[in-house]
Design a protein around this ligand. Structure first.
Ligand code: SF4
Length: 191
């Protein structure tokens, strides 16, 4: 470890802080310290993140009604800590629940890029998975995976609320694995 980096954290300009913090992170990674910290704190982040999933609150088409029903009293998705947020900056899950027209492709990509990482993309329903009834249509994207790395597919036309809750329970396992393996070191922002 390069100890000259450490007693240094006060009274810096923004540029100085950026170059210092980059050097510090590189040092923590190369010395293995960051991996150790991630291993020790991973279970805490994993527990917190998987029990407080915050999907973006928006709906594209008919599967969005199933999403709404999942939060209604009968299915009560909130007992899994699922609370919808209306700003991409406060969300960690992009739930795409309808057909993806070519007009909205860039907006979906921009919403995804505005979300902080680690983040997860979910394709809900046949339209978001593969085009569904709009298979091979001139105006629709043939699946979310053509514009984003998809973590979870929830099949159905429509995908029922219980299928959605089942899918999110699978996503909880994936979040758990993500932190357990220490892959927090990998930055998914660029994906
Ligand atoms: S999968 Fe079926 S129910 Fe869901 S948005 Fe597409 S057409 Fe509508």
């Amino acid at each position: 470890m390069d100890m000259s980096l450490y007693p240094h954290a006060v009274a810096m300009s923004a540029d100085e802080f950026m170059s210092w913090s980059t050097a510090l992170i590189n040092d923590l990674v190369s010395s293995g310290t960051r991996r150790t910290i991630d291993k020790l704190t991973g279970p805490i982040w994993s527990w917190a993140m998987k029990n407080s999933m915050h999907p973006l609150h928006w709906g594209l088409a008919c599967c969005a009604l199933e999403m709404a029903q999942a939060s209604a009293p009968r299915f009560d998705a909130e007992r899994y800590g699922m609370i919808y947020r209306s700003s991409p900056r406060q969300t960690d899950i992009l739930l795409v629940n309808g057909w993806i027209s070519k007009k909205i492709r860039n907006d979906i990509r921009r919403l995804w890029e505005e979300m902080p990482g680690p983040k997860w993309a979910v394709a809900m329903g046949e339209c978001a998975i593969s085009g569904g009834p709009w298979y091979d249509a001139y105006n629709c994207i043939q699946g979310l995976d053509q514009i984003l790395p998809v973590d979870l597919y929830i099949p159905g036309c429509p995908a029922r609320p219980d299928a959605m809750i089942d899918g999110f329970m699978l996503l909880q396992k994936k979040i758990d694995e993500y932190f357990k393996r220490g892959v927090i070191l990998k930055d998914r922002q660029g994906l």
